[in-house]
Design a binder for this molecule. Structure first.
Ligand SMILES: O=C[C@H](O)[C@H](O)COP(=O)(O)O
Ligand SMILES: C=C(OP(=O)(O)O)C(=O)O
Ligand SMILES: [Mn+2]
Length: 470
């Protein structure tokens, strides 16, 4: 195993590793000026918050917590509005209430928020037919890099956008902190959002009505017992994104003045994507130096050896809460591929967090030409993931979902049974199709059911409480 590392690698070292998925800029001097400006900006998140999240994830790894991570595939600058953020937080908080009740453990709430502006793409260019002519332009790589609009000017990589990412993330974090501590997250209000959902949710509504009523009764009981208002209405909420752009992440990697240790300060939780997780690559090299909790995406070709190699490189001393494996294998592959990976990692004695991303292995193009996902496939992958963990006795530690609080029509299926023909109605994503508000809540209720049935015999804090001798 490698020794722990306490310095920050140079940008030159990272660039020499020829990292994948990085934008090239026409004017190198302009990039350097933007990075110099970024380097002098204050951190977006603080070491103490990052440590708290890592400690929370250590509890998840032990089966004493659950992770809910969700938000847009690609945040956009235009999407930094109070209404958009409020709706996104609302759906995440509503999901988290149901999950907390069902899992009988605290739920860590982590947004794909305040930094999720850069996208790895499968193709470098995009071709469209315009006025009968084929036009080919660079792919959209997220607002951090270029513009979504299909014009040569918009698709030009612009280093100023890195500063815009910082500003947009800062505004988002500011509002998020205000929302989650200012009464918006009050559990009573949150439960009314869930009852609205079940009331309007066709068949699924009846199935989940009882759960909402139980939660309401539990809340009423807590109030009757005199639980203080503060506990009812403040929650912790963390930010996360894929640490894709090395220029940006490097500029925001800082030595914490108290501990003298390096932290990624662009977000609390950083993850390495499926396309950039080579062991000797620049992404692993940068992130192995920071103290943040790290996510690693594992696709359908991942092996136990890959997972163990990454864990050894990124976490040589086995820090609790450091490693989260986010599996995104696809509904058709999860039951075959996941068991070996989980068993291999478990045999090393590591305690990691196992999370399912049921989105990225289930993308296809609809007959109407939209990049979409079927809610049934999402549910199938989640069920497959639960089946594997239940069989192996490992703790299914959390879900990672692309979602929005808006009533978009990007994924088919769900309570309102969206059809491919409906996709055109409100297809607004800048990259991958997201679950809309109802689909997200339905997923939370479905996960809650699985958590409840899988709880038998599990030694969690609630069960310990009831088992304690009086
Ligand atoms: O979000 C994930 C990836 O960026 C995305 O799925 C890639 O999409 P593409 O295949 O359209 O490039
Ligand atoms: C790019 C993403 O995922 P993956 O790396 O798993 O493809 C994503 O989470 O948006
Ligand atoms: Mn995506």
């Amino acid at each position: 195993m490698l020794a722990p590392v306490y310095d920050i690698p140079s940008l030159a070292d990272l660039r020499a590793r020829q990292p994948k998925q990085q934008p090239r800029y026409e004017d190198a001097a302009e990039l350097e000026r933007a990075l110099a400006a970024l380097s002098s900006r204050p951190p977006l998140v603080f070491a103490g918050e990052v440590d708290d999240l890592r400690d929370g994830l250590a509890r998840v790894a032990r089966g004493e917590g659950f992770l809910l991570q969700g938000g847009d595939c690609a945040e956009t600058f235009a999407g930094v509005t109070a209404a958009n953020l409020k709706n996104k937080l609302r759906v995440l908080l509503a999901m988290s209430l149901v999950l907390t009740y069902a899992a009988q453990v605290p739920v860590l709430k982590v947004g794909r928020i305040a930094g999720q502006y850069a996208k790895p793409r499968s193709k470098d260019t995009e071709t469209r037919v315009i006025d009968g002519q084929e036009v080919t332009l660079p792919s959209f790589r997220g607002d951090a890099v270029n513009g979504f609009e299909f014009t040569a000017e918009a698709r030009r990589n612009d280093p100023q956008r890195l500063l815009d990412v910082y500003n947009a993330s800062s505004a988002t974090l500011n509002l998020t902190r205000a929302f989650v501590s200012g009464g918006f997250a009050d559990l009573r209000t949150v439960n009314t959002w869930n009852s609205d959902f079940v009331r309007n949710a066709n068949g699924a509504g009846e199935r989940y009505q009882a759960l909402v009523e139980e939660i309401e009764a539990a809340l009423a009981f807590m109030v009757a017992c005199g639980i203080d208002d503060e506990q009812m209405h403040t929650v912790d909420f963390y930010s996360s994104h894929e640490a894709l752009l090395l220029d940006y992440e490097h500029a925001l990697t800082r030595i914490d003045s108290r501990s003298q240790l390096p932290y990624g300060t662009s977000g609390h939780f950083l993850w390495i994507g499926e396309r950039t997780r080579e062991l000797d690559g620049a992404h692993v090299e940068l992130l192995r130096h920071v103290q943040n909790p790290l996510g690693i995406k594992l696709g359908p070709t991942a092996t136990a050896e890959d997972a163990i190699g990454l864990a050894d490189r990124l976490d040589p001393d086995g820090t609790p809460g450091r490693i989260t494996f986010i599996t995104r294998m696809g509904a058709g592959r999860i039951r075959d591929v996941l068991p070996d990976v989980v068993e291999g990692v478990r045999a090393t004695g590591r305690e990691v967090v196992w999370v399912t991303d049921p989105m990225h292995g289930n993308t296809y193009t609809s007959s109407t030409g939209y990049k979409t996902r079927s809610f049934a496939d999402v549910v199938d992958e989640v069920n497959g993931w639960f089946d594997v963990h239940d069989r192996l006795g490992t703790w299914p530690g959390g879900i990672h979902v692309e979602l929005t609080g808006e009533d978009v029509t990007e994924c088919v299926g769900g309570t309102h049974d969206l059809a491919e023909a409906d996709l055109a109605h409100r297809y607004e994503t800048a990259c991958d199709p997201r679950l809309n508000r109802n689909q997200s809540l339905e997923l939370a209720f479905m996960v809650a059911e699985r958590l409840r049935t899988g709880l038998q015999g599990r030694n969690n804090p609630v069960q310990q409480f009831f088992a304690r001798e009086l």
